[in-house]
Design a protein around this ligand. Structure first.
Ligand SMILES: NC(=O)c1ccc[n+]([C@@H]2O[C@H](COP(=O)([O-])OP(=O)(O)OC[C@H]3O[C@@H](n4cnc5c(N)ncnc54)[C@H](OP(=O)(O)O)[C@@H]3O)[C@@H](O)[C@H]2O)c1
Length: 246
C-alpha cells in the first residue's frame, strides 16, 4: 500500500536514518535517502529506497539533490534531518578547529541549508520536518562540548522555524535521543571493541537499564510525521530510556 507521500531522510543510509527510511518505506512512503558513501546508498537502493549521493555540508550538493527531487518526484511531504556526525571526544581546549568546523558545517549548517532548500516544497504540501538533536544538548557531558553546542543550535532552530512554518501549515519537531546503537562513534574513529565497552558501561546508567536501539527512535519519528501528531509543532522530545530523569 502506498500513501502517495514522499519522504526525504538525510543520513538515511546508516544508523538511525537507515531504520527510519526502511520503516517509512514499509508505511507506504516513497522514501528518498541521502548520504556520502556510495556503497551504503547502493545497499539501501537494493532495499527499495531511492538514493542520492549528497554531502549536506556542501551547498552545491544540496542544490543538486533539490533539483533531483523536483524533477523525479515533484514534491516533498516529509523531511527528516537525520544526517549528523560526532568527533573524537576531547577537552574543549584541545578540540581541533577542523573538528569544530566539521561539526558546525554538518550538524548545524547542513541541517539549516537542507531545510531552507526544501521548505517551499513542504509548504506546498503542508508537510512536516523532524530534526535531530541529542540529550547532550540539555544534559552535556565533558568531552563533547562542540557537539552539544551544535545540538543546542538545532533545538533553537526547531522552535524558531516552527513558529514561522506554522503560518504555512508546516510542522517542525525535533527528537533528542540519548545513546543509541549506530555507526556514529565508529565513524568518529572509535574502535568496535571500545564502542561495545561504551554501550555496555553506559547501559547501566539508564533508568531503563539499556542503551537505545534505532527502532526506539523510529517509533517516535513515525508518530511525529503522522496525521495523529497534526497539532504538535516546535517540540524537542527526548527518546532516552529515562536519561533525562537523572
Ligand atoms: N546514535 C546516537 O547515540 C545518537 C544520540 C543522539 C543523537 N544522535 C543524532 O542522530 C542522528 C543520526 O545519528 P546516527 O547515530 O544514526 O549516526 P550514523 O550511524 O553515523 O549515521 C549517520 C548518517 O548520516 C550520514 N551523514 C553523515 N554526514 C553526512 C553529510 N555530511 N552529508 C550527508 N550525509 C551524512 C551518514 O552517511 P555517510 O557517512 O555515508 O555520509 C549516515 O547515513 C545524528 O544527527 C546524531 O547526531 C545520535
Amino acid at each position: 500500500m502506498t500513501t502517495g507521500k514522499v519522504a526525504l531522510v538525510t543520513g538515511g543510509s546508516a544508523g538511525l536514518g537507515e531504520d527510519i527510511a526502511l520503516h517509512l518505506r514499509r508505511e507506504g512512503y516513497t522514501v528518498l535517502a541521502c548520504g556520502r558513501r556510495a556503497d551504503k546508498l547502493e545497499a539501501m537502493k537494493a532495499r527499495g529506497v531511492e538514493v542520492f549521493q549528497c554531502d549536506i555540508s556542501r551547498r552545491d550538493d544540496i542544490a543538486r539533490m533539490h533539483q533531483w527531487v523536483v524533477q523525479a518526484y515533484g514534491g516533498l511531504d516529509v523531511l527528516v534531518n537525520c544526517a549528523g556526525i560526532a568527533v573524537q571526544r576531547s577537552p574543549f581546549v584541545e578540540a581541533s578547529v577542523e573538528d569544530i568546523e566539521r561539526l558546525v558545517q554538518t550538524n548545524v549548517l547542513g541541517t539549516m541549508f537542507v531545510t531552507q532548500a526544501f521548505l517551499p516544497l513542504l509548504i506546498a504540501r503542508k508537510g512536516s520536518v523532524v530534526n535531530f538533536s541529542s540529550t547532550l544538548a540539555q544534559r552535556p557531558r565533558a568531552g563533547s562540548i562542540a557537539y552539544s553546542a551544535t545540538k543546542g543550535a538545532i533545538e533553537a532552530f526547531t522552535r524558531a522555524l516552527a513558529i514561522e512554518a506554522a503560518e504555512h501549515g508546516v510542522r517542525v519537531n525535533c527528537i533528542a535521543p540519548a545513546l543509541v546503537r549506530s555507526e556514529i562513534y565508529l565513524a568518529a574513529g572509535m574502535s568496535a571493541a571500545d564502542y561495545d565497552k561504551l554501550l555496555a558501561a553506559r547501559a547501566k546508567e539508564f533508568p531503563l537499564r539499556r542503551v537505545g536501539e534505532p527502532e526506539d527512535v523510529t517509533g517516535m519519528l513515525s508518530y511525529l510525521v503522522s496525521d495523529s501528531a497534526g497539532w504538535i509543532t516546535g517540540l524537542c522530545l527526548p527518546v532516552d530510556g529515562g536519561a533525562m530523569l537523572r
